[in-house]
Ligand binder design. Structure first.
Ligand SMILES: [Zn+2]
Length: 246
């Protein structure tokens, strides 16, 4: 075997690399050894299936799954099982009165890395309340209940029914609350259109980067649809984040 081209290329490679021209050196080497003498492993392209299939995180679209009205003892654990199985992080907008009733489930949500957020204490329509009452009667007792269980005090809130006056929006923002609604309603709360295939279709039709997806800890349909929803979004390389990380 004639080593002369190799030695020549090696010298050139060193010179070009030293002068900051490593790309040019590579191109030259590739050109020079475009023959059968060069070991195959040096020139063979990496097969597509051996390349990482997921794009770097910074290039992937984000999406936030959110689950309202929990925790409970029946649906919430099934949702948590699916999220754990699929390694998906989500946000749970919990009700204060249910946090008091199901502290273990609240703790489990927290322990498994999901974000706990405030969805009021009693699911009152906040449009009917004074700003002071919204905070004192609904928000603070809920975040205090979460804090008592987990040590974490949520300041992100979602008004029940998404219903909140403009002046309340402003008042809450001024008092350190971050109001988060949603951009994609699955309608899993509506028994006339919450068949699992309908929930999946809503996601297929309306998913978008930075979507906040509204779901609930209420019905079996959500549990039945969730694995396919996650699978579909993973096929599109969505990164699942909490609403705090959008
Ligand atoms: Zn709700």
């Amino acid at each position: 075997m004639n080593n002369t081209p190799f030695l020549f290329a090696l010298v050139l490679l060193i010179v070009l690399t030293a002068s900051g021209e490593s790309r040019a050196a590579q191109l030259f080497i590739n050109e020079l050894f475009h023959n059968d003498n060069f070991p195959e492993t040096y020139t063979k392209p990496i097969p597509r299936e051996e390349k990482p299939m997921l794009k770097p995180t910074k290039d992937r679209p984000k999406i936030a799954l959110t689950f309202d009205d929990g925790p409970d003892a029946f649906i919430t654990p099934q949702i948590l099982d699916i999220l754990k199985e699929t390694q998906v992080t989500a946000t749970f907008f919990v009700l204060g009165e249910k946090v008091v009733r199901y502290p273990e489930m609240t703790q489990r949500i927290f322990d498994e890395g999901h974000l706990l957020a405030n969805h009021s204490k009693t699911h009152q329509d906040m449009a009917e309340m004074t700003n002071e009452d919204i905070v004192a009667l609904e928000l603070e007792p809920t975040s205090e209940a979460v804090e008592k269980v987990t040590g974490y005090y949520p300041t992100i809130m979602r008004p029940p029914y998404g219903s909140l006056r403009t002046d309340s929006n402003r008042y809450l923002a001024e008092n350190g609350w971050k109001v988060v609604r949603w951009s994609l309603d699955t309608f899993d709360w509506d028994s006339t259109r919450n068949a699992p295939e309908n929930l999946i279709k809503r996601i297929e039709d309306f998913h978008h980067p930075n979507a906040v997806v509204l779901m609930h800890c209420n019905g079996r349909e959500t549990v039945m649809a969730l694995p396919r929803i996650i699978e579909f979004l993973k096929e599109l390389e969505y990164e699942f984040v909490t609403v705090a990380d959008l």
